[in-house]
Structures are given as C-alpha cells and as structure tokens.
Ligand binder design. Structure first.
Ligand SMILES: CC(C)(COP(=O)(O)OP(=O)(O)OC[C@H]1O[C@@H](n2cnc3c(N)ncnc32)[C@H](O)[C@@H]1OP(=O)(O)O)[C@@H](O)C(=O)NCCC(=O)NCCS
Length: 207
C-alpha cells in the first residue's frame, strides 16, 4: 500500500529512454494505490499468479452480459489457462477489497492484429461495482502504464458496449471507432500526458 508522500517524478522532469519515453516513470507502473469507492477502500495493484482463484471467483460473480462485453466468448468466463496468462502480464492490474476479494481487472498487451506500439486493452468491472468510477480509474492508470512501456495506442474490442467503452476511452486520449466486421474496435492515442494518469503518481500528487 502506498501511503508515504515522497515527491513523484513528473513527465516534464523525467529522463527519456531511446524512444523518448519517460523511463524513470517505470517504477510507478506496478506501484499500488488506494481508491475510495462509496464507503469501501480498494487497493489497486499489479496482478500476480496468486490471484488465480480470486479472479476466477470475480468472473463467477459477473453477469453473462459483462463477460460477453469483455471476452466476446458467448458470455462465458475465460479458462484458467487464459487467466493465468493474463495474470503474468506486466500490464495486469486488479482492484481488491480489504477482504481480498477482487472486483475488477484490467490488462493490456501487444495487439498482433495492429502495428507495433498497439496494445490490446481489456477492462472488466464486476456488475455490482460498475458506474462508480472504477473502470475509469483502471483505464487511466493502464493508459499511462502502457505509454511508459512503449505503446502509443490502445485497442479495445467491446462487444455490445461500444458507446460506453468509447466514452470511457475518450477520457484517456483521442479515440475513434473502426466498425470493422467481424471485429469492430476502438483506437485510442496515447501521449506523454497519459502518464499523469498513473494511479500512484496521481495519489502522490494529491497528497
Ligand atoms: C465498461 C466498464 C469497464 C466500465 O466500468 P465502470 O466502472 O462501470 O465505468 P465508470 O464508472 O468508471 O464510468 C466511466 C465513464 O464510462 C462511461 N460508461 C461506463 N459505463 C457506461 C454505460 N453502461 N453506459 C454508458 N456509458 C458508460 C460513462 O461515460 C462513464 O462516466 P459517467 O459515469 O460520469 O457517466 C464496465 O461496465 C464493464 O466491465 N463492462 C463489461 C466489460 C466491457 O465492456 N469492457 C470494455 C471493453 S474491454
């Protein structure tokens, strides 16, 4: 948990890597932070292999509609193998209650269907936690984290929530829809200012 208020580096003062990325911001990518949702404190942190059971349980609490919108697999939850793979990603994040329940997850990784620098993004928020800002919180973080990791655009493949996903993605960058059957998707451009969305950086700046 991040509680101490040490100075957070800003995009303006960070050294850049060979691609012009603020390399010193890399330490903030997997840095956990706290979020208050209603009366509940949530910890948002990087995923680990130990999250397999809790992420499986979260999927069990999601409606078929939510699973369809996230995974486009007929409303079914992903297999344990697919979850394990997602949990190993550098850009994998979960929101946890104090009881250790996971209520939301966001992952991103290279999208082989698009040019280099494109990251496919997936966000799922358990139904009874939706519309409380959690999706936006995870997305703004993962957008900054993806930029730090060398990506310059996010690609999302929503099923029936294209409008909601587009509104959500517009928060993090310029977004346009590609109504490309059978895989309509959304592109969102990332810029250096995306790094201001890193969760722990925002938490430090708010101190
Ligand atoms: C899409 C999803 C991730 C949004 O998460 P969330 O925590 O409910 O979203 P937030 O509360 O942070 O909403 C942020 C903004 O997104 C938009 N939005 C979110 N859900 C919406 C909905 N059902 N209808 C219309 N707009 C919506 C709104 O602009 C909202 O801002 P507002 O509440 O100020 O109006 C969540 O509904 C979900 O898990 N859906 C199923 C999976 C999915 O569709 N993933 C996206 C593709 S990978």
């Amino acid at each position: 948990m991040t509680t101490a208020c040490t100075p957070a580096p800003t995009a303006a003062t960070s050294k850049s890597d060979a691609n012009g990325r603020p390399s010193s911001l890399a330490i903030w990518v997997r840095q956990p932070w706290m979020l208050r949702v209603g009366t509940t404190n949530l910890l948002i942190r990087g995923t680990s292999a130990r999250d397999l059971a809790a992420v499986g349980a979260m999927h069990g609490r999601c409606s078929a509609r939510t699973l369809l919108d996230r995974y486009r697999a007929g409303g079914r939850a992903p297999s344990a193998v697919a979850i394990e793979r997602a949990l190993r990603r550098t850009l994998g994040f979960v929101a946890c209650t104090g009881r250790g329940e996971i209520v939301a997850m966001a992952v991103a990784g290279a999208d082989p269907a698009h040019q280099a620098g494109s990251a496919e993004i997936g966000v799922v928020v358990q139904d009874d936690w939706q519309r409380q800002g959690l999706g936006r919180e995870l997305l703004t973080h993962i957008a900054g984290a993806a930029f730090v990791c060398g990506y310059n655009q996010l690609i999302a493949y929503p099923a029936t929530t294209s409008t909601a996903a587009q509104q959500l993605l517009t928060v993090v960058g310029r977004t346009y829809a590609v109504p490309d059957p059978p895989n309509p998707h959304l592109h969102t451009y990332l810029t250096e200012s995306s790094t201001l969305g890193l969760g722990a950086v925002r938490e430090h700046l708010a101190c």
